[in-house]
Design a protein around this ligand. Sequence first.
Ligand SMILES: *Cc1c(COP(=O)(O)O)cnc(C)c1O
Length: 396
Amino acid sequence: MSKEKQQLDTQIVSLGRDKKWSQGVVNPPVYRASTVIFDTMDDMRHAIKHKANGEMFYGRRGTPTHFAFQSAIAELEGGVGTALYPSGSAAISGTLLSLLKAGDHLLMVDSTYEPTRALCDNILAGFGVETTYYDPMIGADIELLIRPNTKVLFLESPGSITMEVQDVPTLAAIAHQHGLSVVLDNTWASPINCRPFDMGVDISIQAATKYIVGHSDVMMGTATANEEHWDKLRENSYLLGQCTSPDDVYLAARGLRTLGVRMAQHEKNALLIANWLAERAEVDHVRHPAFATCPGHEFFKRDFSGANGLFSFVLKQGNLKATTAFVENMQHFKMGFSWGGYESLILAVSGIDSIRTATPWDSTKPLIRLHIGLEDPQDLIADLEAAFERFHAVLS
Ligand SMILES: *Cc1c(COP(=O)(O)O)cnc(C)c1O
C-alpha cells in the first residue's frame, strides 16, 4: 500500500471527529435542532457574527452533526467548505442556481446524468439560462463553445452510464482563461479517488447517496467549494433553504468510515468481472475507465488513484427482448436505479441516442450497466453466465 493511500485511510477514520463535535464519544452524536437558545444579547450577537463559521445559530445552518461531516468531506475533497443538500440532484441544482442568472450561458457535458440535463432543459431554460451540450471528449476545442455570456462549465467524469473520462485539467484551464466557474460531478471517484481542486475544479459535487452513504438507505448531496466560491455557495444554499436531517448526516458519516475498504473491494470485484466480460464473445467492448476500450482511459490513468464497482459493457448485437431476458431473473444482481451500495445492481439501458444532442450513439448495440457489490465475484459471474444463456435462447 502506498504511503499516500495509507494516509488517506487514516484521514477517513479520523476526519470530522474533533472533540468539539463528539464531546468525547467516538462518533459525533445526532443533534436535532431548529431553535438555538442564547442567554444574552451578547451571545446572540456573537452567534450572528459567526453563523457561517460552524457555530450554532439556527437549525437550517446546521448542528455539530452537520459541521463534523462537512469538515470531513471538505478536507477529503480538498476544498475549503462543503454545503449539504437533501440529494445529489439538489446539490447540482443548488450549485447551478447559485452561479447562474437570466441571460447566462452554461456548458454542460452531453454524457451527464439524465436529471441534470432535464434540470437545464426545463428549470434553467425557464429562468432564461441557455445550455449548450458538449462532447465529453472535446478537450481544448471547448474554447470554441465559450461565449461572452458563458458563466459555468459543468463536467461529469466519468459519465455514469457511458463512462467517458474527461480531460478535466485542460477543460478547467481553458474555462478559467475565460472567467468561467468550473463545476464537476465527482460522484464516480467519490471523495477519495481523484483530487478535483488540483485539477482546477471550483466546486466538486458528490451524490453522497452513492458511495459515501454506501448502504442504499439515505439520499444526500454535497457541494465542496474552493476559497473563491465558498462564501457564495454557502449563503446561496442557505437562501435556497437547503438543509439535511441530522439523522441522515449521522448515517452518511457512519458510511464514510468504511469508504476506503469498500471502494477497494468494489474495485477488485468489478475489475475481475469486467475482465471476464471482456473475454466473452458476445461483448463488443467494456466501458470501464481502467480499460483501454473506455473513452478517456488515458485521463483515468493520469488523474485517478483508483476505480469502484460501476461500469458498463456493450453487446455486439441484441434487441430489447434479449436484453430483457438477460437482466430479468438474476439471482444476485438486482434491477434498480442508483449505485454505490454494498449490493450488486444491473440495468439494461436503451434510448441513449435519444438523450444525447452533441455526440452520436449507436443504439443498435445494447448497453448493460453493472454495479458490482461486495458479494463473492464468482457468484456474480455464475449469475452473468446464466444471463448470457437466457440472452442466447431469445436470439437463436
Ligand atoms: C445518482 C447521481 C446523482 C443524483 O444523486 P441523487 O442523490 O440520486 O439525487 C447525480 N450525479 C450522478 C453522477 C449520479 O449517479
